[in-house]
Design a protein around this ligand. Structure first.
Ligand code: 2BA
Length: 112
């Protein structure tokens, strides 16, 4: 058995949830936050038999879109010699997703 952890963009969470449920997968969803963009995303946690892992990853891949997400970059300032430092911010885009997936071995599973 494997534990699949999949980090998905919040915009894709409804369709991924629907498609995984339709295919018979059990899952737990955890509200999570990306360390870099500090934007909300969803972490899916699903315990599956080894021979179902590829099907699970296939569904997540199919319904998780890559997207450009704006992020504010702080450009280093410099000292003018006057009373004000000069610095600026600019909006840059970061390519996010589709899904980020980890597959872990499960030593023991109990459902009591
Ligand atoms: P965030 O950490 O908010 O990262 C969002 C996007 O920013 C990433 O997209 C990547 O394109 C970029 N990025 C992340 N860290 C960066 C850095 N140190 N320098 C430059 N660019 C950086 P994805 O790679 O698709 O990741 C989407 C989300 O998946 C991440 O959100 C994070 O929540 C999770 N994630 C990705 N890789 C991970 C890892 N190795 N371990 C744990 N979580 C991860």
């Amino acid at each position: 058995m494997k534990l699949v952890l999949a980090i998905i963009n919040n915009d894709d969470t409804p369709i991924v949830t629907a498609q995984l449920t339709k295919a018979g997968f059990y899952m737990t969803k955890i509200a999570s936050t990306g360390g870099f963009l500090t934007a909300g995303n969803t972490t899916f946690m699903s315990g599956v038999d080894d021979d179902k892992v590829d099907e699970l990853i296939g569904i997540i891949s199919k319904f998780s879109k890559k997207r450009l997400q704006p992020t504010v970059a702080h450009n280093p300032g410099f000292f003018t010699g006057g009373s004000h430092d000069v610095s600026s911010t600019s909006v840059q885009e970061v390519l996010v997703g589709g899904g980020t997936i980890f597959v872990l071995n499960v030593e023991r599973f109990e459902h009591v």
